[in-house]
Every structure is written in structure tokens, then in C-alpha cells.
Design a protein around this ligand. Structure first.
Ligand code: GDP
Ligand code: CA
Length: 307
């Protein structure tokens, strides 16, 4: 069985771990990962979502904190702070090595796709990790106070506090999906939209030319809700959905995917009436979606892949 999953950071990474286990030995998994959160930090090309996904799949992520590498230290960023650099982006030392490697390879002419593949192979990740695009797409947040912030400035430096008036993807639609992304979608038996942030993680991927059409044409696209009873397990999905004029609920997520999905997974504890989602033209599956362990992720993945 061939599975292709669209993912952002932590919510995506958790389900990818389960999918990777579920297909082991009997199938193939490809992850198409958001690059709208990429940034230049300390002169380095940081690809937070691509790295989070790779670290989780390699079993080296700090799963408590969600981002970065387990047991990493922060000597370099602390030293940069002492030199007077803006040190709000807490990049761990070994995590920084990944970014140094990426920056160096990009400067030598490699693509983001090639670098992501080198890194996942060296970390012995069997899943193909495909950055959504090799072109620069940057998520920016227009704030109610008039400022336009890069996504990391809003998310990390300002801790999602400024009220959002608009979310923009700079560089879209001139960007194209990276080589392999459209093939990974058309070749897949099942496409999964991970329970990632619908606006800033899945949003940029499905905005790339060709991706939305590929999903519409695909016979089996399954999405998992990142919201349970209207609340994200983590992160600012609620604020961003509100700014996008969506209902802050699983139904709101389903509505934003209505033309893309064939099936939608609601959490077992969600009070949403399945009929509200079915009315959007998709079938509904109800199961536990809280992935507090790798076993829980695998159980969810197996449910999604059931024929
Ligand atoms: P980010 O880039 O690290 O914010 O990661 P994503 O966009 O991939 O994921 C963020 C979303 O994941 C949030 O909206 C969370 O509600 C959701 N999420 C995190 N953990 C879980 C989980 O165990 N189950 C479900 N259903 N959603 C989760
Ligand atoms: Ca992210």
C-alpha cells in the first residue's frame, strides 16, 4: 500500500510516526511537509516543520517539548545572546547542525528536496520526506495593529499574542510543488491530511498549483481533525481559523477541506454530530485521535488505512 500524508509540525509528525509503523514491511509512506514556516535565523536556513517531522520519524525528537532534538543543548544560542544577537529563536546545538548542513548544501546549489532526502537517509528514516516546494513560500501574519510579521516572529517571538487580521503566503502562486509531490499524490492508494494546523500547515501545501486538483481527483483522501470539541490540542489553530472566518470546530476544519476530502476522522470524544460533517459530502469515522503514545498513533493510522 502506498500512503502519502500532508503534514506541518508536531500534529503531523505524531500521525506520521503511526503511519510509518503501519506501513512497515508492507507499504510505502511519503510525507509532504509545509515549508511556509521556513526562515533565515542566525544566517541559517531553518525548516522547522521538515526537521520536526524528520526527527519524530527518526525517533530522535524531543517528544515532550514537541520541537527540536531530545537531549539537545543550547550553548550556541546562549552565546549568541551574550554577543547581543536577538536570541528568541531557541535553536538547539545539534538542531543547529542540521540547519548549518542545509544552508551549506543550498549555497552549493542543492535543492531543499535533495537536502531533506540526504538528512532523512542519514537518520535512517524509511519514509520519504518531501518539502512541499523548493521555491520560497513564506507565511506572513497581518496583525490587527497594522504590523505584518513573518510567521516565526508572530508564533515564537510574540507567542501568537497579536490579533490576526489576515494570513498570507508570500511567493504563492509563483511557487510550484517540488518534484515528486504531485507524483506522490497521484501514486498513493490513500492520501492523509494529518491533524496539522489547517491554515498555516495544510493551507500552504494545498495552495500550491496542482495540489488541490490532485486531491480533488484522488478517490481516497482522509483528514484527521486537529480540534477536539473546538479546542486545538496545542498551538494557535483556533485563532487562525477565526481570522480566516471559519467556524472553530471540527466541522469548520471539515468545511475548509470539503472539496478535497472523502473521509473525515472525528475524535471519539468530540460532540460534533457526524451528520454535520457528512452534509459536507464526506464519510465520518469516529475514533481516538489523541496520540499521546506511538502505539496510539499507530492504532489511529491503522484505522485510517482500513479498507
Ligand atoms: P506545528 O507546526 O508544530 O504547529 O504542527 P502542526 O500544524 O502539524 O500541528 C498543530 C496541530 O496539531 C494543532 O492544531 C493541534 O491541535 C494538533 N495536534 C497535536 N497533537 C495532536 C494529537 O495527538 N491529536 C490530534 N487529533 N491533533 C493533535
Ligand atoms: Ca509549523
Amino acid at each position: 500500500m502506498k500512503v502519502t500524508a500532508l503534514a506541518g509540525g508536531v500534529g503531523g509528525a505524531k500521525l506520521l510516526v503511526g503511519l510509518q509503523r503501519a506501513v512497515a514491511g508492507s507499504g510505502e509512506l511519503a510525507a509532504v511537509v509545509n515549508t511556509g514556516d521556513d526562515a533565515i535565523v542566525y544566517g541559517l536556513h531553518v525548516s522547522p516543520d521538515v526537521d520536526i517531522v524528520t526527527y519524530w520519524l527518526a525517533g530522535v525528537a524531543d517528544t515532550e517539548r514537541g520541537w527540536g532534538l531530545s537531549g539537545d543543548t543550547f550553548e550556541v544560542v546562549d552565546a549568541l545572546g551574550r554577543l547581543g544577537a536577538d536570541d528568541w529563536f531557541r535553536l538547539g546545538d545539534r538542531d543547529m547542525a542540521t540547519c548549518i548542513y542545509r544552508t551549506d548544501r543550498l549555497r552549493a546549489g542543492a535543492t531543499l528536496t535533495a537536502v531533506a532526502d540526504e538528512i532523512r537517509r542519514r537518520l535512517q528514516v524509511p519514509t520519504r520526506v518531501l518539502p512541499m516546494s523548493d521555491d520560497p513560500v513564506r507565511t506572513t501574519i497581518a496583525c490587527a495593529d497594522g504590523r505584518v510579521l513573518d510567521f516565526q516572529e508572530w508564533f515564537v517571538r510574540e507567542r501568537c499574542a497579536p490579533e490576526v487580521s489576515d494570513v498570507r503566503f508570500t511567493g504563492m502562486p509563483d511557487a510550484t510543488a517540488s518534484p515528486g509531490v504531485l507524483d506522490a499524490l497521484s501514486d498513493a492508494d490513500v492520501v492523509v491530511l494529518c491533524p496539522s494546523n489547517p491554515i498555516v500547515s495544510i493551507g500552504p501545501i494545498v495552495s500550491l498549483p496542482g495540489v488541490r486538483d490532485a486531491l480533488r481527483e484522488h478517490p481516497r483522501v482522509v483528514a484527521v481533525s486537529p480540534l477536539i470539541n473546538g479546542v486545538p490540542l496545542k498551538g494557535p489553530a483556533d485563532k487562525l481559523m477565526l481570522a480566516a472566518g471559519l467556524d472553530v470546530s471540527a466541522t469548520g476544519v471539515a468545511a475548509s477541506y470539503a472539496d478535497l476530502c472523502d473521509a473525515f476522522v472525528l475524535d471519539a470524544a468530540d460532540h460534533t454530530a457526524p451528520g454535520d460533517v457528512e452534509a459536507l459530502g464526506m464519510s465520518v469515522m469516529k475514533t481516538n485521535t489523541i496520540m499521546s503514545t506511538h502505539d496510539a498513533s499507530e492504532a489511529l493510522a491503522r484505522r485510517i488505512l482500513e479498507p
